[in-house]
Design a protein around this ligand. Structure first.
Ligand code: PLP
Length: 432
């Protein structure tokens, strides 16, 4: 009998965390690594939120609380989500989670039986694909194409919907591509869902980057399209908007109070409840007039970094990089570099069991980290199924501009270092 369940073998991961020990290993040699791997804003938590959390700890809000989320935060979320999307949302439909991540897996757990199908964007947040497989549902990747700005329309979605489609995951602005969606596209996507999907389908709309938009773009939610509110789970949270990844506050608005009650019970089973002092901090973040200027400052910095990084990357032979419209990642196509440096040929000559774990862009990513000390993420980290032959890197721009400029220069140098790459692969220690 094996120690672990078969299920555990199917669980994926988020490599942006998993690569931490590799970075440490490089740093232990005395080198400094420029970290462009994690999706974590590099701004401090704003003072007004920080003070509110401290105040609530002093108020003794340090005990168990409502597993659905404390009412003042649920009311604040209901007002914010409703007002921004033109919806009437009550606090009974809101559930608070320890971050934006838990409702992803919990939704699949709550709505899917083994064999049910989940459509999800690829490249996309890795936890989508990880959980689908873990729960025995069937992953149906919707491949986002560079030429379409990593967005998609109804015609791309339609052929993937079947009678077994239970959840359709949308993520705009998107991780890892920064793609966004227009209202017209959402109307088209909604029309296809309403026409072709079963009545009890759910759209999981991951809107965690809703406030990080560039060039004056505005956020659109599929829940605002007529007929879609009753099918849509709107998920968001405090991690990205308020640069508060350590607060672990996320939320979701469910189509009905009955569904919210199921998630409350899942919370009881998994977490009991989420720290009330942080929930009061999130309420303050959502309601305080001091938050908007803080968000603007951060988004302005991200936009400037985006412009410089994308310009720098596009000047490197073998790289093309689109201008992301939101979130804080750039997602360059490195196919040319993988070719010129020898990564595609090196990959082709690897044994099958190693090929399964790596890819040409993974080889380049590891080479960048171990030989040139820049941490990035490979394409395969954002959905493995169907990622073959697609050569991209994700570079988080949630790092200071000086470091980012240095990272781009280093990537340029590494992309010419054919000899160094050949030696790195020959050594064979870090191929995935
Ligand atoms: N959804 C997407 C698309 C993300 O990129 C992330 C974090 O990177 C999350 C959810 C999870 O956010 P949190 O840190 O609040 O759990």
């Amino acid at each position: 009998m094996s120690l672990f369940s078969h299920r555990v073998d199917l669980l994926g991961t988020e490599n942006a965390f998993k690569i931490g020990p590799c970075i440490k290993e490089v740093e232990d040699t005395g080198a400094r690594v420029i970290r462009c791997n994690l999706g974590e804003p590099d701004f401090p938590l704003a003072r007004h939120i920080r003070e509110e959390v401290k105040r609530q700890i002093d108020n003794d809000l340090t005990h168990y609380c409502d597993p659905q989320g404390i009412l003042p935060l649920r009311e604040a979320v209901a007002r914010d989500v409703g007002a921004k999307r033109g919806l009437q949302v009550g606090p009974d439909r809101v559930v608070v989670f320890p971050g934006g991540k838990p409702p992803i897996g919990l939704s699949q757990e709550a709505y899917c039986n083994p064999g049910d199908e989940v459509i999800y964007p690829s490249p996309g947040f890795p936890i989508y694909e990880s959980f689908i497989q873990y729960l025995g549902a069937r992953p149906v990747p919707l491949h986002l194409e560079e030429k379409a700005g990593f967005s998609f329309g109804g015609a791309d979605l339609e052929p993937l919907i079947t009678k077994r489609t239970k959840i359709i995951i949308l993520n705009f602005p998107s991780n890892p591509t920064g793609g966004i969606v227009t209202r017209a596209q959402l109307e088209e996507i909604a029309a296809v869902i309403l026409r072709k999907a079963e009545r009890d389908v759910r759209v999981y709309s991951d809107e965690i980057y809703e406030n990080i938009l560039f060039d004056g773009s505005v956020h659109h939610s599929i829940a605002s399209v007529p007929g879609m509110e009753r099918l849509t789970i709107i998920a968001s949270g405090a991690s990205k908007t308020y640069s508060w990844t350590g607060g672990r506050i996320g939320w979701a608005v469910f189509p009905t109070t009955e569904e919210a009650a199921v998630f409350k019970n899942l919370n009881i089973n998994y977490f009991s409840c989420i720290p009330a002092y942080n929930q009061m901090g999130a309420k303050c973040a959502l309601e305080s007039p001091e938050s908007a200027p803080e968000i603007r400052k951060m988004v302005t910095a991200f936009q400037e970094r985006r412009d410089q990084v994308v310009r720098g990357l596009n000047a490197i032979p073998g790289i093309t990089c689109q201008l992301p419209k939101g979130a804080f990642y750039v997602f360059p196509n490195v196919a040319g570099v993988c070719d010129q440096i020898g990564a595609i040929a090196a990959f082709a000559s690897l044994p099958a069991d190693i090929q399964e774990r790596t890819s040409p862009s993974t080889l380049f990513q590891m080479f960048l980290l171990f030989r040139h000390h820049v941490a990035t993420m490979d394409r395969k980290s954002f959905g493995q199924i169907g990622s073959e032959g697609r050569h991209f890197l994700r570079i988080s721009i949630a790092t200071g501009l000086d470091d980012l400029k240095q990272a781009v220069q280093t990537i340029a140098r590494a992309s010419r270092d054919r000899e160094g790459f050949a030696a790195f692969v020959k050594e064979g220690r870090r191929l995935y």
